[in-house]
Design a protein around this ligand. Structure first.
Ligand code: NAP
Length: 318
């Protein structure tokens, strides 16, 4: 029996589809859906140590991490800018979960000296978890040059808060973890790091740094017992997103953090919350199938509209 060229091509195409399914789709489904949903987190975070350190812990996603980790029994070091907010959050968590708390008030835009204060504050603690959550973004989408002309310090601050804090905090806490041969570092990036994000270029660039830094740090320290997880949220209902109402695409910080802790240990980079994972997949498919300029142009138009509305509101409120 002879096989026609047509049959041969068909068989090769089928083999390629099966190969792709087995090597890409199945692992993706396991890591993102099946594993976390049916088996829970791959890592027992509780075994990492007695203390968790969280930056930007007084609001939004950081506060949700503080509550979730206190619920698991961790004592907490809460780091943020405003002392009264820190005192309130620490008091409430202490009462709710009967754990110890320490607070450190620093402004991450205030240069490298603040890390001496943090170092003194965490001295001697058996830190098992570090959550590098603190982050700032633009008040509204804006062209790079215009935002620079309006406030050059602000763009510098984005870099200090979103990039320098992550590297300095890792430099402070990683030695403790390496000594004890265990630890979890959770770096909060953003979907902005992996999709087109014009008019927020410094913010998305800073988050792309967090992504890349996390992946390479994981490779360097995996054999030393350290797990690095980089989470890439889409919109979460917080002050930063200016979204108050939750819906399927915009979870509460608690919902988002529960999803992120549940997927711990499966993959280094993750959107963590399933609708955000699907959003990333959809945008990647648009990029690959339709073409990148179309996707970029689509997002650019949306952000231009948001910018226009923000400028109009600011003019009206003057
Ligand atoms: N919300 C979203 O839709 C979203 C999406 C993707 C990624 N993210 C990322 O998630 C992280 C948390 O965002 P969020 O939405 O939870 O923000 P948020 O609600 O605005 O909370 C920010 C936290 O960071 C602290 N903070 C801000 N600037 C600081 C500074 N200069 N020094 C010290 N602490 C400072 C705030 O403290 P004070 O209360 O003292 O000001 C607050 O505790 C960020 O890295 C952000 O980029 C958020």
């Amino acid at each position: 029996m002879t096989i026609s060229a047509f049959q041969l091509c068909g068989s090769l195409a089928l083999a390629a589809v099966v190969y792709k399914f087995v090597h890409t789709v199945l692992p993706w489904l396991y890591v993102n859906i099946i594993g976390p949903k049916f088996f829970g987190p791959k890592l027992d975070i509780r075994r990492m140590g007695g203390w968790a350190v969280i930056t930007g812990a007084t609001d939004g996603i950081g506060k949700a991490y503080a509550n979730a980790l206190a619920k698991k029994g961790f004592n907490l070091v809460l780091i943020s800018r405003s002392l009264p907010k820190l005192e309130n959050v620490a008091k409430k968590i202490g009462e709710d979960f009967k754990v110890d708390t320490k607070i450190i008030d620093v402004d991450f835009t205030n240069g490298v000296d603040i890390y001496d204060k943090i170092k003194a504050g965490i001295e001697g603690l058996d830190i098992g978890v570090l959550v590098n959550n603190v982050g700032v973004s633009y008040p509204y989408p804006e062209y790079f040059l215009e935002s620079y002309e309006q406030n050059p310090k602000f763009l510098q601050d984005i870099i200090s808060v979103n990039i320098h804090s992550v590297t300095h905090m890792c430099a402070l806490i990683l030695p403790v973890m390496v000594n004890r041969k265990k630890g979890v570092i959770i770096n909060v990036s953003s979907t902005a790091a992996v999709i087109p994000n014009p008019l927020l270029s410094v913010y998305s660039g800073s988050k792309a740094f967090v992504d890349k830094f996390s992946v390479d740090l994981q490779t360097e320290y995996r054999s030393k017992g350290i797990t690095v997880q980089c989470v890439q949220p889409g919109f979460v209902a917080t002050n930063m997103s200016k979204m108050k109402k939750t819906n399927a695409m915009t979870p509460s910080p608690d919902t988002y953090v529960a999803a992120a802790l549940n997927i711990l240990g499966y993959t280094t980079k993750t959107a963590a919350y399933l609708p955000h994972t699907f959003l990333q997949v959809a945008l990647k498919a648009m990029n690959d199938i339709i073409c990148e300029p179309f996707t970029t142009d689509f997002v650019f138009k949306q952000l231009l509209n948001i910018r226009k509305r923000a400028l109009r509101n600011m003019k009206q409120n003057k």
